[in-house]
Design a protein around this ligand. Structure first.
Ligand code: NA7
Length: 549
């Protein structure tokens, strides 16, 4: 195996590479590491000034992973896994960023990363079977393969509220938080948005602020994280049995052992047993609630039981019954939007200096120079925090001018929704890979394991091509159509379609309503990808200078 070495040292001219990787988050870094292992020259281009992706940008107060730290960490290197010690059950953003930096340093990745460089375009040159990749500074590089490690939640929604520019106070976005941090002491703060980012921000800044006004359009189902220092016994057990746990994760649906799905159906349990099962899951914390029964995600009546349990919890925590009712989601099934995992969220609304504004009944009309005006009231504020989410899964790709065969732009090809084969490639765009692209488990799974599976598959694929003197791989239109139909079919068997979520693009005005992630589970998906390879890359056309395989 060739030694790990930077691309420049591998003797490549700076303008010609084997592979360009876009993004130095968890996906891009592992991709670079794996390609070096097979002796391929690769360079990452990263818009941020350092590594980290999601954990570089989302440094808002309270930002924290919603999967347990040791589950949400790379599995590819036993040494890395054994030497790294997480401090909290759910790591906070600073610790996650430290981890990503550690990985970048440990595997000597930095020499092959160009920071503060956004990729503006990637154009396929059919005469040379190469991608011409251009940065926002106008620099160009040519590569055989282009790998998009651009992230599923990296294109932040921009405030689309009238008057947003007129506010004279301070404005912040959770997705692009100032590196220096912000002190809200003594301030009247408004938070718009009550997804994970809003909820984590709210619970963290509430001890500082003079007044907090939460502008909620749709309530989230939120469950307690039960966060705290990592239990040393749990950490030691994980390290001692990591291979076993990792194998279980890879075979599982979500890649999250904490969910540990129960095989019993909701109504096969008595009301008492149901209650006990939900209580047990609530006490464990995190996403485990969704695993209380096997049918919570697929049977609406079963789901109603879980939703009613959370609603009762909210009523039991929030003192004011009217506020409690406003905080209870009623328009979609629990789990159909990503659940939030919090520390003391509902309790916040028992504080005198916190108020909830229900935008469903009193919508925002405008941002004014002094605050926010709803149909019922004008709220005077010193600062507004936007926690309004992302143009998920396709947003980061859309903002790059990606053009494949015949100059077709990816954004245009996907005008009615993303079309991919396995979420890895799209026809008409040869040698362009997506890590955790639409049509793959991605955001429905433990992201880091989904990333590793894609990176391993792509690395093997590039190696396979090289070993057989093949130069191009491309998804066939038929395989792509069949895959998209399959993903839709699976989605229809779930309750996901019953929520206006970012999984469906429903949070972006004008975005086609298409369910984007693959809902069949990480384990099954992995098997499918492996079978495709075993069947000589079924559904892909592989071609060399003068051959098709
Ligand atoms: P989310 O989960 O998409 O939440 C965004 C929130 O912002 C949500 O409550 C939205 O309400 C609200 N929103 C968006 N636009 C507006 C406007 N114009 N007015 C009022 N409220 C608005 O994003 P997050 O960043 O919190 O979390 C994303 C993922 O990151 C999360 O699932 C975890 O995986 C980590 P809506 O529901 O659209 O009515």
């Amino acid at each position: 195996m060739p030694e790990n070495r930077p691309a420049a040292a591998a003797g490549q001219a700076s303008g010609e590479l084997d592979v360009v990787i876009v993004g130095a988050g968890l996906a891009g870094l592992y991709m670079l590491h794996k390609l070096r292992e097979i002796g391929i020259s690769a360079r990452i281009y990263e818009a941020g000034s350092d590594v980290g992706g999601t954990w570089f940008w989302n440094r808002y107060p309270g930002a924290r992973v919603d999967v347990e730290s040791q589950e949400y960490s790379y599995s590819f290197s036993p040494e890395l896994e054994v030497e790294w010690a997480w401090t909290e059950r759910y790591a906070a953003q600073p610790e996650l960023l430290k981890y990503v930096n550690h990985v970048a340093d440990r595997f000597h990745l930095r020499p092959d990363i160009r920071f503060s460089t956004r990729i503006a375009s990637a154009i396929f040159d059919e005469t040379r079977d190469r991608w011409t990749v251009t940065t926002d500074a106008g620099d160009t590089v040519s590569a055989r393969f282009c790998i998009m490690a651009t992230g599923c939640l990296s294109s932040a929604k921009q405030p689309d509220i009238p008057g947003a520019d007129s506010f004279s106070g301070d404005t912040y976005s959770t997705a692009n938080w100032p590196e220096v941090g912000v002190d809200f002491t003594g301030k009247r703060v408004g938070v718009i948005g009550t997804g994970s980012s809003g909820i984590q921000t709210i619970t963290t800044i509430v001890p500082q602020v003079r007044e907090l006004t939460v502008f909620q359009r749709t309530p989230s189902f939120s469950v307690p994280a039960k966060n705290g220092p990592i239990d040393p016994k749990v950490a030691a057990d994980w390290k001692a049995n990591r291979e076993h746990y990792r194998a279980m994760q890879r075979k599982s649906g979500a890649g999250i052992l904490q969910v540990s799905p129960n095989e019993t159906l909701t109504f096969d349990a008595s009301p008492d047993e149901r209650r006990r099962a939900f209580e047990d899951r609530w006490a464990r914390g995190g996403f485990s609630l969704l695993g209380a029964f096997a049918d919570v995600n697929v049977d609406k009546q079963a789901n109603d039981e879980a939703a009613a349990f959370v609603a009762d919890k909210i009523r039991s925590i929030v003192d004011d019954p009217d506020v409690a009712e406003q905080l209870i989601p009623t328009t979609y099934p629990v789990g159909a939007k990503r659940m939030c995992v919090d520390t003391g969220y509902y309790q916040v609304f028992n504080q005198d200096n916190v108020s909830l504004v229900d935008l469903a009944t009193t919508p925002i009309q405008a941002i004014t120079p002094t605050g926010i005006r709803t149909s019922a009231h004008e709220y005077e504020l010193d600062a507004i925090i936007y926690a309004i989410g992302f143009d998920a899964m396709t947003g980061a790709l859309d903002r790059i001018n990606i053009r494949g065969r015949d100059g077709l732009r990816l954004k245009d090809k996907w005008a009615a929704g993303p079309l991919t084969y396995l979420g890895l490639m799209t026809s008409g765009f040869p040698n362009l890979f997506m890590i955790t692209g639409p049509g793959s488990p991605s955001v429905l799974a433990n992201m880091i394991l989904a990333i590793e599976q894609h990176v391993d598959w792509i690395t093997d694929c590039i190696d396979h091509l090289g070993n057989r003197q093949l130069s191009v791989i491309e998804a066939t239109p038929t395989a792509e159509q069949d895959w998209v139909a399959h993903v839709n079919e699976l989605a229809e068997q779930t309750l996901y379609l019953q929520a206006n979520s970012w999984y469906l693009g429903a949070n972006i005005p004008g975005k086609p309503r298409v369910f984007m992630p693959y809902p069949g589970g990480l384990g099954l998906y992995r098997e499918t990808c492996d079978e495709v390879v075993a069947n000589r890359y079924k559904g892909f056309a592989l071609t060399g200078p003068d051959q098709t395989v």
